[in-house]
Design a protein around this ligand. Structure first.
Ligand code: 6PG
Length: 243
């Protein structure tokens, strides 16, 4: 398990952000400069990560395409919008072409937003009907209930291994969301997990040391089955993990 533990949440988020940039640089190089793709999450932790990414000098966003791991069913200017968070903390501060920003249309009715997002993924990644997009980097968080993306405990979507994205009624506000599904999360070249705060310590212990039960602890899908998964933690979140 690639585990990076930092003293504070700010340090963990900064390190995670800079690592994402370096993975995107690698992806750009590997594609001869053509493009790199990243999907980001929402919540409270990513703000610090976006700050670090926005402040990094010399990174060229021209051919980077940004998607979302999940989105709440709210308009893009809403306080709760994951798009708004990334826009204000990062996208407005760097030179990224508008056509490279692939948001989920949270203002639509959730099923229609999910359908539109699936179409956008298929079209951009040219996967055809049944292919699975392959992101260069996916960034995820983890809730104290062990959810990741908007895959919550006991939701049948945790067992879906074919779909790309779906609408979901989450036990947490705002309830309606659109989320990437396990097939897409697991097909990413790199997954960066950014988890901070003492309220995550017990859950992280169960996730890492407990038996595999993705229905109960959806984040274990990524933790146990993902490729190149790196965890960026602060000391408080890492308090109960033994390595
Ligand atoms: C969201 C998310 C969600 C998030 C976790 C962790 O929209 O809520 O993308 O999956 O990553 O809830 O959130 P925090 O970083 O706020 O703890």
């Amino acid at each position: 398990m690639d585990l990076q533990v930092y003293e504070t949440a700010v340090e963990a988020a900064h390190a995670c952000g800079l690592r994402i940039l370096s993975l995107l640089e690698e992806a750009l190089r590997a594609s001869g400069g053509a493009r790199a793709t990243v999907a980001v999450s929402g919540g409270s932790t990513p703000k610090l990560m976006f700050d670090a990414m926005a402040a990094a000098s010399g990174f060229d966003w021209k051919n980077v395409h940004v998607f979302w791991v999940d989105e709440r069913a709210v308009p893009p200017a809403d306080e709760q919008s994951n798009y708004r968070l990334a826009k204000e903390a990062l996208l407005d501060k760097v030179h990224i072409p508008q056509r490279n920003v692939h948001r989920v249309h949270g203002e639509l009715e959730p099923d229609s937003a999910a359908k539109r997002y699936r179409e956008e993924l298929r079209e951009f990644f040219e996967t055809g009907r049944d292919g699975i997009p392959c992101f260069d980097v996916i960034h995820c968080g983890m809730g104290p209930d062990a959810h990741t993306a908007s895959l919550f405990p006991e939701d049948p979507l945790t067992e879906d291994r074919l779909g790309l994205a779906a609408s979901v009624f989450a036990p947490k506000l705002p309830h309606w969301r659109v989320t990437l599904l396990p097939a897409v999360l697991l097909n990413a070249r790199h997954t960066m997990m950014l988890v901070t705060g003492a309220d995550k310590a017990d859950t992280l212990h169960e996730v890492v040391h407990g038996e595999y039960d993705a229905f109960k602890r959806p984040v274990q899908i990524v933790q146990r089955e993902g490729r190149n998964v790196s965890w960026y933690l602060d000391r408080a979140a890492a308090a109960r993990i033994t390595t």
